[in-house]
Design a protein around this ligand. Structure first.
Ligand code: HEC
Ligand code: HEC
Ligand code: HEC
Ligand code: HEC
Ligand code: HEC
Length: 464
């Protein structure tokens, strides 16, 4: 309580008169919610503006046609409308928020990042996507180009400051437009701008999305490489039909939905420790996985949903094939990083109203495969894909920027192996949502199709 008041006052001082209305609203909100937890300042912006204050993307299209078309192909233009988002918001988050006071804030909070203008307009919950309301604009042009900075010390949970109007905030100084004024805003060129939505803290105070924090702790931030350098590369062209030629930020925002971006994002090699193995001996094989392309960990973002896993098989000279389970390393929490036949995600039953729900299978990939992931746990200590219901995290076994992990496979030669060459195949796959959850919630197949990130192969000989 008290700390929110102090934060409010500090902002009032910094921002001046424009903040008074918001501060009054914040005070009213605090007075009425004495028993609730401290309210993050970003939540207080709910309902403080109207849709009319923001221009539609179609208005921008008439001059910024190229950028507009790029944006319509990026996930941020579909952040409110694509199926998995709709399912999670309407079928899990809203019903859960209505039953559990602790997570009540997600009802409007999801849209603080997925449909920021609906959140500001207090349109909660907005109409369903098929009703084609302005919520469908999702993360749109005039939202990003109205942001002037962020509140607090760490960008997260939609703590951006929005000042809509005729003055569009862009990356360059002295740019002229017939439709609007422009001003150079250094903030929009930084990773902190992206962090206002790409870091998320759960109502239990846990970092459940930390792409920006991972980047900030890693080598790229230190070298001055920002999110924009990899996700909005610059190319020669014009940003508007009648604009000046120059180096223009491409609004591509490729991520885990783009096979080309994922492809090779982890480099992989594999070698046996010995090229010749006795028929009653054991082969020891090492697989090296190097993250040479991502500014953050892999997977990042919606880590509660995402898995990347390593599948290794051996084929002898007669064509018989075996699946090799990974050697455990022995760290605490490792059981969540090796595929097993376990049930999980029982907390979906709260929203779905299923008594004594046993959950669904945890991984949906072959038992014994190494999974690069970080498990999320609900207040009862069960694994969850509901990031808003997350009270603790498991061991972080993802691959950090420029980090290399080595996995070992010790394989006792089976009795029926043929003498001669044995071929080893390693496949590294990525999935945006584990199959058993996707099937349980009827998520369309294209939302969780496995993608191959990389493959590696090697051989050894079995001798008498
Ligand atoms: C009538 C045409 C027109 C419309 C409509 C229009 N713009 Fe522009 N805009 C321009 C022109 C021309 C420039 C200057 C381009 C140049 O010289 O490089 C510009 C520049 C900008 C810049 C500054 C870029 C920089 O280099 O810093 C931003 C940001 C911007 N527009 C955003 C928008 C947004 C958001 C919308 C829709 C709400 C919009 N514009 C609608 C014509 C338009
Ligand atoms: C997720 C936020 C986001 C959205 C959505 C977005 N932009 Fe941008 N835009 C940026 C950022 C960030 C930059 C500057 C990147 C840089 O220079 O590093 C930028 C740059 C620009 C520029 C200047 C390009 C240049 O390099 O001169 C224009 C013009 C522009 N945006 C217009 C638009 C229009 C029109 C739309 C919608 C069709 C749009 N933007 C959607 C974040 C966004
Ligand atoms: C207003 C909030 C907001 C801001 C600001 C924002 N993003 Fe996003 N971004 C989102 C949301 C929400 C999604 C998820 C879209 C969806 O539902 O799949 C997303 C998705 C993405 C994706 C696609 C990931 C995938 O899985 O394919 C990339 C890449 C991305 N953002 C990069 C950026 C970068 C770079 C910036 C800063 C220049 C930025 N974003 C700023 C909210 C935001
Ligand atoms: C050095 C280049 C680089 C930098 C810097 C970088 N990214 Fe990425 N990003 C990638 C690559 C490559 C992928 C695809 C692999 C993947 O999805 O993990 C990716 C994936 C993503 C995804 C999807 C992650 C997932 O697993 O769902 C998001 C979201 C994203 N980036 C946002 C950001 C944001 C926000 C920043 C800055 C804080 C940033 N990126 C900085 C290269 C980069
Ligand atoms: C702090 C900002 C923020 C909040 C709050 C937020 N999200 Fe997201 N959400 C994102 C970003 C950014 C991504 C993209 C991450 C990635 O690609 O890995 C995302 C991704 C997702 C995805 C995965 C999309 C895909 O295609 O795989 C779903 C589903 C989703 N969010 C639903 C929700 C729901 C439901 C809520 C409320 C309980 C919520 N989000 C709250 C920022 C947010």
């Amino acid at each position: 309580m008290a700390s929110s008041y102090v934060a409010g006052l500090a902002i009032l001082k910094r921002q001046g008169a424009g903040m008074i209305i918001r501060f009054v609203l914040l005070s009213l909100f605090l007075t009425y919610s004495v028993t609730a937890q401290a309210v993050p300042v970003s939540d207080a912006a709910h309902g403080t503006r109207s849709y009319d204050e923001y221009e539609k993307p179609l208005v921008c299209q008439s001059c910024h046609d190229d950028i507009y078309q790029q944006w319509t192909q990026a996930m941020m233009s579909q952040a409110y409308t694509h199926h998995w988002d709709e399912i999670e918001y309407f079928e899990l988050a809203i019903p859960h928020a209505e039953k559990d006071e602790m997570v009540a804030g997600v009802k409007h909070g999801c849209n603080g990042c997925h449909a920021p203008t609906s959140f500001l307009a207090g349109d909660t919950p907005p109409p369903r996507p098929e009703e084609n309301s302005r919520a469908n604009e999702s993360v749109h042009c005039d939202h990003c180009h109205s942001v002037t900075g962020f509140e607090g010390d760490i960008p997260h949970n939609f703590n951006w400051i929005s000042e809509p109007g005729r003055l569009k905030k862009g990356p360059k100084p002295g740019v002229e437009s017939p439709h609007h004024d422009t001003v150079e805003n250094d903030f929009i060129k930084t990773g902190d701008f992206c962090g206002t939505c790409h870091n998320e803290m759960s109502p239990y105070g846990i970092w459940v999305k930390s792409t920006h924090l991972e980047w900030k702790e890693g080598p790229y931030y230190e070298q001055g490489v920002h999110c924009q350098d990899c996700h909005m590369p610059k190319a020669k062209g014009r940003s508007a039909k009648m604009g000046e030629e120059g180096m223009i930020a491409q609004h591509l925002f490729h991520g885990a939905h783009d096979p080309g971006k994922l492809n090779g994002s982890i480099e992989m090699r594999m070698n046996p420790l010995e090229r010749e193995v006795e028929y009653d001996g054991a082969a020891v094989i090492n697989v090296q996985l190097f993250n040479g392309k991502c500014g953050h960990k892999v997977p990042s973002g919606s880590v509660e949903d995402r898995i990347m896993w390593l599948h290794v098989t051996a084929t002898d000279s007669e064509g018989k094939t075996w699946h090799l389970p990974v050697d455990p390393k022995g760290f605490a929490g490792e059981e969540y990083t090796i595929a097993a036949d376990e049930m999980a995600y029982q907390d979906m039953a709260i929203a779905k109203n299923i008594p004594d729900f046993a959950g669904v299978q945890r991984d949906g990939v072959p038992v014994g495969d190494r999974i690069f992931r970080m498990a999320y746990f609900d207040p009862q200590g069960r694994m969850t894909i509901q990031q808003w219901n997350t009270k603790s995290l498991g061991f972080d076994y993802r691959i950090g920027p420029r980090e290399t992990k080595v996995e070992t496979f010790t394989w006792e030669m089976p009795d029926d192996i043929a003498f001669g060459p044995v071929r080893l195949d390693a496949v590294l796959k990525y999935q945006r949502l584990v199959t058993p959850v996707a099937e349980f919630l009827n998520v369309p197949a294209e939302e969780y199709e496995p993608q191959i990130i990389n493959v590696a192969t090697t051989t050894f000989e079995v001798f008498e």
